[in-house]
Design a protein around this ligand. Structure first.
Ligand code: COA
Length: 323
């Protein structure tokens, strides 16, 4: 059968690093509070000339180089983002143009922090159905642009960045030992809109708006939703937590990650953590974490990796991938 394998990965981060201590001059907070409640020590913040499109392009180029491919080899781009350069056209199409692609198609995927898992699933569906052979899956965000920098309960949590993977159709035996995406599971439930949303938009306020969150409420639901959808992925494949080589969760909060891994019985040594360096980069956090662990030699070809995310909507999902 046709599987979607990961052929290359790449990332891009804004030049400026903002450490927790900087927030002490902006809002009533401390480095100690932020580290203790979230695990975040620093995040990257985009300058004016760094946008979702430019960061996404840079991550895409890095992933293509890592795969030994050029834009000519790609037939589809899906960009997971909640912070597009414009309301329309899709920022994915702008990235297509920046890459010099005059063929194929590109579109944005809006599932907030779950966007990368949604985008991987969309890419996998296109590849397995024969609609695409090689797909650039990008997660790119500039959440710094939609933060209320006077709200200490949200502004300390997020960062900017981009990550990308090249996914490619490959004939595999059709077994659980195959390379590629083995299963993916997506969920959403709009009843939770008010717990995490942006209070603006073209059709409602004609403004961009700012991120609003009831952090405690999000926390309360996160662990249950994450563990449920991962159990769905285990049930679909027969694998268990012990079979995983690596767990690459969305990087929102260290406590949510630790609690989820603990509840699932995943060995803490198998959990990839980058939230300390990047903060919550929403749809970019999983490819940023995946790439970091590939670059430092932890994640290797053949490893079984669980990707998982939960975010605004709520949306949530998991994808089990053999590298
Ligand atoms: N610095 C200092 N104090 C802060 C603060 C900050 N940056 N932000 C909030 N506080 C205060 C609160 O005002 C509250 O004070 P009060 O008790 O006087 O009202 C106190 O800290 C505790 O707030 P609470 O919200 O209960 O803290 P918490 O332990 O739940 O941690 C979050 C807050 C936001 C870190 C936590 O709820 C969280 O991570 N939620 C999930 C957020 C998330 O991951 N969202 C993205 C999902 S994709």
């Amino acid at each position: 059968m046709i599987r979607s394998i990961v052929r290359g990965v790449g990332t891009a981060l804004p030049r400026r690093i903002m450490k927790n201590a900087e927030f002490e001059t902006l809002v009533d907070t401390t480095d100690e509070w932020i580290v203790q409640r979230t695990g975040i020590r620093q995040r990257h913040v985009a300058a004016e000339d760094e946008t979702t499109a430019s960061l996404g392009e840079a991550a895409a180029r890095a992933a293509l180089a890592n795969a030994g491919l050029t834009p000519a080899d790609i037939d589809m781009i899906v960009l997971a983002t909640s912070t597009p350069n414009n309301t329309f056209p899709a920022t994915a199409v702008e990235i297509q143009e920046r890459l010099g692609m005059r063929h194929g198609f590109a579109f944005d995927m809006q599932a907030v922090c779950s966007g990368f898992v949604y985008a991987v699933t969309a890419a996998d569906s296109h590849i397995r159905s024969g609609l695409a052979r090689r797909v650039l899956v990008i997660g790119a965000e500039t959440f710094s642009r939609i933060l209320d920098w006077s709200d200490r309960t949200t502004c300390v949590l997020f960062g900017d960045g981009a990550g990308a993977v090249v996914m490619e159709a490959q004939e595999q035996p059709g077994l659980n030992t195959d390379r590629g995406v083995l299963t993916s599971h997506l969920r959403s439930d709009g009843r939770h809109k008010s717990k995490l949303y942006v209070d603006g938009g073209p059709s409602s306020t004609q403004t961009t708006g700012h991120l609003r969150m009831e952090g405690r409420e999000v926390f309360k639901h996160a662990v249950g939703m994450i563990t449920d959808v991962i159990r769905d992925a285990f049930a679909a494949t027969g694998y268990t937590a012990d079979d995983l080589d690596w767990f690459v969760p969305h990087q929102a909060n260290r406590r949510i990650i630790d609690a989820s891994a603990h509840k699932l019985g995943i060995d803490p040594a198998k959990v990839i953590i980058t939230v300390d360096r990047h903060g919550n980069t929403s749809a970019a956090s999983i490819p940023l974490a995946l790439c970091a662990a590939i670059a430092d030699g932890r994640i290797k070809r053949g490893d079984l990796v669980m990707l998982e995310a939960m975010g605004g909507g709520f949306t949530w999902g998991a994808a089990l991938v053999r590298m």
